[in-house]
Design a protein around this ligand. Structure first.
Ligand SMILES: [Zn+2]
Length: 286
């Protein structure tokens, strides 16, 4: 695969193109970065993976380069996929392809017992959960052009991780999705900080996730903090990395107090720890 990728990169370079992906092999639920060297006479449009499109932005660390953050859906099957880079050259619409190998994330299964009323929903709760889901999807599908990501990400708290992203979840013996974030051990009242600069776009009580906060970091990147007991900032506030945004709790559908921390990129839930490591290493300043 490495050789194949090398050959691809080489051939792209021969066409006046230099582009590569940070991880040629990437598991479902993980994030990869595409980097493209800008050449004179080329106008770069964007990147496509299957039916999803991703915008290209100026690389903050490498002058003359562009980048795109490409999240791989948890539900993506293992297979070789094409990343299609489109551009205009000599007044003609053209494209080149890079290949990535999507691997099986080999996520574990986890059995959880919760109040039956939080699995089999009453009509009223179902309506509420659906309304809140629609509200969240509306937020996540918006790509804010302003960029708040300059410095490296930090963690929302310094605490033990009690459940990783991606575990298939079996609630009261019924398979019900997967764990869409990382859980941090936290007694009720533990301070939570913003993982990076951004704008608070949601701070409300929701059926499943309890007191929930969402921060928009720009360019399609959102961080989420669930099951909180107190909000210290409100919708519309611009927050700086490391500022206290509230306290952890046990609101919503939980088995005990903890912080559920999640990252969404272009409306795709990704492993937050791997996302942070990838961006910090390749894109952001220490
Ligand atoms: Zn969780």
């Amino acid at each position: 695969m490495r050789l194949l990728l090398l050959l691809c990169s080489l051939s792209l370079w021969l066409f006046g193109f230099n582009a590569f992906v940070s991880d040629a092999k990437v598991a479902n639920g993980k994030t990869t970065l595409v980097e493209i060297k800008k050449e004179d006479g080329y106008r770069y449009r964007g990147i496509k993976l299957a039916s999803k499109e991703f915008e290209l932005y100026d690389h903050p660390k490498k002058a003359g380069w562009l980048y795109a953050i490409v999240p791989i859906s948890y539900y993506q099957k293992p297979e070789d996929m094409r990343l299609v880079i489109s551009f205009v050259h000599n007044s003609k619409e053209q494209s080149r392809e890079l290949f990535i190998k999507v691997e099986d994330g080999k996520y574990e299964k986890e059995k959880i017992s919760v109040q039956p009323s939080k699995v089999k929903l009453s009509g009223k709760n179902k309506e509420r959960a659906e309304r809140e889901y629609a509200e969240a999807m509306k937020i996540y599908s918006k790509v804010t052009q302003k960029n708040y990501l300059v410095s490296a990400f930090i963690y929302p708290m310094q605490s033990k991780i009690t459940s990783d992203f991606g575990k298939a979840r079996v609630y009261n013996d019924t398979l019900n999705g997967f764990h869409g974030g990382t859980d941090f051990r936290a007694d009720v009242g533990t301070p939570i900080v913003a993982v990076n600069d951004g704008v608070v776009v949601l701070a409300s009580d929701r059926f499943y996730s309890g007191n929930s906060m969402i921060i928009d970091h720009g360019r399609g990147v959102y961080s989420c903090y669930f099951h909180m007991s107190r909000f210290d900032v409100k919708v519309g506030d611009i927050v700086k990395r490391g500022v206290q945004i509230g306290l952890s709790g046990k609101s919503g559908r939980v088995t005990g107090p903890h912080l559920h921390f999640a990252i969404r990129v272009n409306n795709t839930l990704v492993d937050p720890m791997q996302f942070i490591a990838t961006l910090n290493q390749n894109l952001l300043q220490e």
